[in-house]
Design a protein. Structure first.
Length: 176
């Protein structure tokens, strides 16, 4: 029973379900590498706590935070990763080559549900668009984003679409 925990603490390599494949498909079949200045393993409570400049990498997926907590489920698999920072950040290269990035006070990755939940000053950016809200839920498999202003002063969600820069030829209003 102690063996899975020791390999977690010493190797700090966790596998995430390979059925998460809607974005960054290759990333989700790779091991997760966690690095930090300090690590504490609580065997009794199935909990690994990393602090001091934490980085979580899995292929092109990268989360940076001040603190990351990894929790194991009843099957002894790392199932939930909670990253906290000022802010915690997430980036990943998508299959089409574009990059998605996010930041929040807390980013929780629910591995079994294939969901990222961003809470507190949350923002998601892709291309020229950016959404901000108090809570943003990003379903990795379905590639859907749900945002809520819940808990914020004005309970609003903001999305910004930046138009492309005009080419020099378009300066005079030509529509060729």
């Amino acid at each position: 029973m102690l063996r899975p925990y020791l390999s977690l603490a010493s190797g700090v390599m966790l596998l995430v379900s390979a059925n998460v494949y809607a974005q960054g498909e290759a990333d989700f079949s790779k091991a997760i590498e966690l690095t930090a200045g300090h690590e504490e393993l609580d065997i009794k409570n199935n909990r690994l706590l990393l602090t001091d400049n934490v980085t979580v990498k899995q292929g092109t997926l990268e989360i940076k935070a001040d603190r990351v907590e990894a929790l194991r489920n009843a099957d002894q698999q790392a199932d939930t990763f909670i990253a906290e920072g000022n802010p915690a950040t997430y980036t990943q290269q998508l299959d089409d080559g574009s990059t998605i990035s996010a930041q929040a006070d807390r980013i929780t990755y629910y591995q079994a549900r294939e969901v990222l939940e961003l809470v507190g000053n949350a923002q998601v950016s892709q291309g020229s668009s950016r959404s901000s809200a108090q809570i943003i839920t990003y379903d990795l498999a379905q590639q859907t984003v749900s945002a809520s202003g819940e808990g914020s002063e004005n309970n609003r969600v903001t999305t910004i679409f930046t138009p492309p820069k005009k080419k020099k030829d378009d300066k005079n209003g030509s529509n060729n």
